[in-house]
Design a protein around this ligand. Structure first.
Ligand code: ATR
Length: 276
């Protein structure tokens, strides 16, 4: 008897922009796995019904993107601690007649830093996170899990930063964008989670020369790959990590759960996704 054909995909609305099929397609081929991973458009009103159809069709699970990440969490039978804390799910696994929800954005962020900046350690000092959206929430959660002694959040809409700080508790504080300059000298990890600096968006205007020489600077924007923030950090001699790896690493746990093999993030994959 041949190996069972394994099916997974990514659901969203719209879905055309998703790069996930390139990532999973690469790993399926690299590992010689008999399976498929496709884009599946699901309208918000049909989310639960269409997920049930995927289960009935024998899918092993799916990635979940905008606007379904909260709905995915809400319909799951089993929710991982990190998905619960982040309040959204990007990875569903259908097994044992149950829907399991996980959120792999934070672990993807951390794995990327560990791969590209092996000397970096969250425990080395306070982190400063720019932005207070969904990505910031996942990143703050994982920085704290990794042992960051404290996290400062700065956001255009300060109320959103304050809400996040209140949620995470004692070691997390919110400041205004105008106050960023005052905390740089005490920051070991600087993360931009806003869309500033992305093609078609306003620039991120920030002088980071007060950061310690040991600081790491990373940006979740990956178009352009080298943002102005990363350029400035490099010119100051700081460690930098670009944003494409977070997208690649967040895909690892889902692939392993659906297809049974833990895949690796390598340069061939990076180049494939960047040139797509
Ligand atoms: P994601 O899920 O990727 O985090 P999001 O929830 O839309 O996306 O969050 C986008 C972040 O970028 C927010 O922190 C947003 O700031 P506000 O909370 O004030 O909206 C930030 N952002 C987007 N455009 C911005 C701009 N022009 N200036 C400053 N911050 C901006």
């Amino acid at each position: 008897m041949g190996e069972t054909f394994k099916k997974a995909g990514v659901v969203g609305w719209p879905i055309e922009q998703s790069k996930s099929p390139i990532i999973h397609g690469h790993w399926l081929e690299q590992n010689g796995i008999s399976g498929s991973y496709e884009k599946i458009a699901i309208e918000p009103a049909n989310f639960e019904k269409d997920i049930q159809s995927l289960i009935a069709d024998g899918y092993r699970g799916c990635n979940v993107t905008i606007p379904h990440k909260e709905a995915a969490l809400a319909m799951a039978d089993v929710v991982s601690d990190r998905a619960k804390a982040i309040g959204a799910s990007n990875t569903l696994v259908f097994k044992d007649d149950k829907i399991h929800a996980d959120n792999t954005d934070g672990v993807g962020f951390i794995s990327n830093l560990k791969q590209l900046a092996p000397k970096w350690d969250a425990k080395l000092g306070p982190a400063l996170v720019l932005g207070a959206g969904g990505a910031a929430r996942a990143i703050i959660y994982s920085l704290l899990q990794e042992g960051a002694p404290s996290v400062v959040i700065a956001n255009r809409t300060q109320a959103k930063a304050q809400t996040l700080a209140d949620f995470f508790g004692d070691h997390v504080t919110a400041i205004t964008m105008d106050d960023v300059g005052n905390v740089l000298a005490d920051t070991q990890t600087l993360v931009n989670t806003t869309s500033l600096g992305m093609v078609g968006q306003p620039d991120l205007v920030l002088d980071i020369s007060a950061l310690p020489k040991t600081a790491l600077v990373t940006d979740i924007v990956y178009n352009p790959l080298e943002t102005d923030l990363l350029k400035q950090a490099k010119s100051l001699g700081l460690m930098t990590v670009d944003g494409i790896g977070m997208l690649l690493h967040q895909a690892v746990p889902g692939f392993e759960a659906w297809f049974g093999t833990r895949p690796t993030v390598d340069d061939v994959l990076r180049e494939k996704v960047l040139s797509a």
